[in-house]
Design a protein around this ligand. Structure first.
Ligand code: KG4
Ligand code: ZN
Length: 358
């Protein structure tokens, strides 16, 4: 039987997105970014995000369907990000998804946004168990993927997310928002050894935690009240990025080496896999370092196929939904009404993982 054609929606943060997918195929993926509207606040304003999602949601859905060239009556299910994310922003997508599922009389799937990010790098040859890494503006998580749909968080940030830290550092250097990509560009022109910054949690990498707040504070002290010329700024950007990534890869290496259970499938000559997703996975320097780590520890690193799939997008939600549908974990009929936002939904929270079609 052919895979179901799914209309997927994501309104978890500051991108309004809709996609049409079939299995792992993304037939259309429309992303309307609000980033420039939030830029003047230096971060996402929830009420503004909600209003803009409401304004744009019908448009992105219509565009996604038209672009996919799938007739409306061939769409077999609706998928929506139910969490984690901003509650009032999630609400917009969920309301619309319920409305359409009821109107079109098709099932509804509640999808975890982080599962979307993890699976956005999935390709056919990956075998499980594998490791997932989400590096975005809101999350920094290392995840054991026992199989698709079964996850366990191995390490997470105890304060700022990596993307958030890069954004804050960029802001201190007077760059635009969100600053990760601007910082990367500037760092390419700089010397990463020019400014000594503290390596977060040095010697304590076995705590299964990432931490960026100390690095951020040290960076702030360094930039504060200094007159910086162009080269200084580039050197600082490179130094910050260098330490932030060094910390990330050290914790990943320690977590994988110290894991009490096998995280990678290395049986029968199989190549272990690290699946990386989230906005920061677009960073070329980070990709290089993760690939190097993979060489050292014996796993292959997979990244999303294109930039759009790194950041927030509904295509990844549709991909995750395709697998979830096969497992029968959808809401149908009257149960569609049970869909609800879960702003702090953890990827390994089994409560929402299975059986909710009953
Ligand atoms: O996944 P995403 O679009 O949204 C969240 O779910 O948070 O991630 C956004 C984050 C921002 O912090 C942004 O600065 C960062 O991803 N980012 C980058 C790059 N492109 C986006 N960070 C470093 N290098 C990049 N090229
Ligand atoms: Zn995201």
């Amino acid at each position: 039987m052919d895979d179901k054609i799914i209309l997927a929606i994501d309104t978890s943060c500051d991108e309004t997105s809709a996609a049409v997918t079939q299995g792992m195929k993304i037939l259309s993926n429309i992303v309307w970014s609000q980033a420039t509207q939030h830029a003047k606040f230096g971060g996402v304003m929830p009420s503004l995000a909600q209003r803009m999602h409401e304004e744009r949601i019908d448009w992105v859905i219509e565009r996604a369907i038209t672009k996919s060239q799938v007739p409306r009556n061939k769409i077999g299910a609706i998928a929506v990000t139910a969490g984690p994310g901003l509650a009032i922003a999630l609400g917009v997508g969920i309301r619309k998804a319920k409305e359409l599922a009821n109107e079109w009389q098709i099932p509804l799937l509640e999808i975890n946004h982080l599962e979307g990010h993890v699976l956005s790098a999935l390709v056919g040859e990956v075998t499980f168990p594998a490791v997932g890494l989400v590096v975005s503006g809101g999350h920094t998580e290392l995840i054991n993927i026992e199989k698709i749909g079964k996850y366990k968080i191995i390490a997470a940030t105890q304060d700022d997310a990596l993307g958030e830290a890069l954004d804050k550092a960029a802001r201190m250097l007077g760059l635009g928002y969100p600053g990760g990509a601007f910082l990367e560009k500037l760092a390419n022109e700089g010397n990463p050894k020019a400014y000594p910054l503290p390596l977060p949690m040095a010697g304590r990498e076995d705590k299964n935690s990432f931490s960026y707040s100390g690095l951020k504070t040290a960076f702030w002290r360094m930039t504060d009240s200094k007159q910086l010329n162009k080269q200084d700024t580039a050197d600082m950007a490179a130094s910050f990025q260098d330490m932030a990534f060094k910390h990330l890869t050290r914790v990943i290496a320690t977590s994988i080496k110290n894991s009490p259970f096998p995280l990678l499938n290395l049986r029968g000559g199989s190549e272990g896999a690290l699946l990386v997703g989230g906005g920061v996975s677009a960073n070329v320097e980070l990709r290089k370092r993760l690939r190097l780590l993979g060489k050292e520890l014996g796993f292959r690193v997979h990244f999303p196929m294109n930039k759009k799939l790194c950041g927030d997008n509904a295509g990844m939600i549709g991909m995750a939904a395709g697998f979830k549908y096969q497992r029968g974990e959808y809401l149908a009929g009257e149960n569609v009404e049970k869909a609800d936002r879960k702003p702090r939904w953890k990827i390994d929270d089994v409560k929402y993982g299975s059986g909710n079609n009953l």
